[in-house]
Design a protein around this ligand. Structure first.
Ligand SMILES: Cc1cc2nc3c(=O)[nH]c(=O)nc-3n(C[C@H](O)[C@H](O)[C@H](O)COP(=O)(O)OP(=O)(O)OC[C@H]3O[C@@H](n4cnc5c(N)ncnc54)[C@H](O)[C@@H]3O)c2cc1C
Length: 326
């Protein structure tokens, strides 16, 4: 008899909660053992309720967006995995002046629940003639994951956090509060939530009206760049964060390039394999699961890459992907 399962089922009803759900079905790496309990939520109220339920049962929880930036252990995840399918979004009010009998709009607000698929949101914003998110076309995952990671298109120094105006978050004490952009302390691949472990429920982006044609050109440029530079196959995107400019000067790298992929390539690691995990030939900061790779293969490969890069360049690479359940 599993008391926690029965309790969760009592709260959410029959057939909502799954036991031992394989996480490799829910990650872009296609890696990960079973989630002890797994639930999908479509409404923000249920999302909050699921988090609070794990609090009252004193079991851990994991918020799962698109699963595109995580490595889940082979032994899986203890506690409740909450898959965020809260996917409502809409344009809110416009602000601006009346000029020559026309409204001259200088910004608009886009509301998005945190489970909205980023690609859908980007396409919608462009079709509405709103700029700010266009370089995120081709970014896998959800709005919540993108805010949490401050996902980006470094080529244009464009970050998801740049357009964030405010957000509704759930704190560790179960309180829902509205915060503004400064709260997130956004940096490269960083937001304050990675420390506070608070949860993004919804976001308001402040966008700027632009010509649809121009916005689509920028979005297509980003998408084409991603398609050209990112390998196909099962991965979790870039494994390591890029290095600091200080380290790039110290090494020194040509043109002070900060790319972790450059260092891994120069350490001769393209094509390096551990089990079924392999360093991509196309982009050395990607590890690919070539079929039934284990999380332990990926971890061993990560350790080897860090060791070799440190030996050659004296720089410690840090992980961008988040390890879960280790
Ligand atoms: C092929 C490929 C290409 C990629 N290209 C890029 C790229 O161009 N630029 C880039 O920056 N990244 C890229 N990534 C990485 C990844 O797609 C992004 O970081 C993405 O924004 C993660 O979103 P997600 O919903 O999948 O998050 P998940 O992987 O589900 O979660 C990541 C972390 O965020 C937490 N989280 C998720 N949702 C919430 C929430 N609502 N509140 C609080 N915490 C939350 C999770 O608990 C976890 O710790 C790529 C990945 C892949 C596989």
């Amino acid at each position: 008899m599993d008391k926690n399962f029965i309790e969760i089922e009592k709260i959410f009803g029959k057939n909502r909660i799954r036991k031992d759900e394989p996480m490799n079905k829910h990650t872009t790496f296609r890696i990960g053992g079973p989630a002890q309990y797994y639930i999908e939520v479509e409404k923000t109220d249920d999302f909050v309720k699921a988090v609070n339920t794990s609090g009252s049962l004193k079991i851990p929880y994991l918020i799962l967006g698109g699963g595109s930036n995580i490595l889940v252990s082979d032994s899986g995840v203890r506690g409740l995995v909450i898959k965020n399918n809260c996917r409502a979004f809409s344009v809110m009010r416009m602000s601006g002046r009346i000029k020559n009998n026309k409204i001259d709009v200088d910004s608009a607000f886009l509301f998005s629940e945190s489970g909205v698929i980023m690609n859908q949101l980007v396409r919608f914003s462009i079709e509405e003639g709103l700029g700010g998110l266009e370089y995120m076309l081709g970014l896998p995952g959800t709005a919540g994951g993108a805010v949490f990671m401050n996902s980006n298109f470094p080529k244009k120094e464009s970050y998801v956090g740049d357009s964030l105006y405010s957000a509704k978050i759930l704190t560790k004490t179960g309180e829902v509060k509205e915060v503004d952009r400064s709260y997130f302390k956004f940096g490269y691949d960083k937001s304050a939530l990675q420390k506070t472990e608070e949860i993004v429920l919804s976001v308001i982006f402040k966008l700027v009206p632009g010509e649809k044609k121009v916005l689509w050109e920028k979005a297509t440029e980003a998408l084409e760049y991603r398609t050209k530079t990112q390998p196909k196959g099962f991965s979790a995107g870039c494994v390591f964060r890029n290095i600091s400019i200080v380290d790039a000067i110290k090494i020194p790298t040509p043109d002070r390039i900060t790319s972790a992929g450059y260092l891994i390539d120069k350490a001769g690691l393209k094509g390096k394999r551990v089990g079924n995990a392999i360093v991509s030939d196309i982009h050395a900061n990607y590890i690919l699961n070539t079929g039934n790779a284990r999380a332990s293969d990926v971890l061993n490969l990560i350790a080897f890459i860090k060791q070799e890069v440190f030996k050659k360049f004296g720089v410690e690479l840090s992980l961008e992907i988040r390890k879960i359940g280790f």
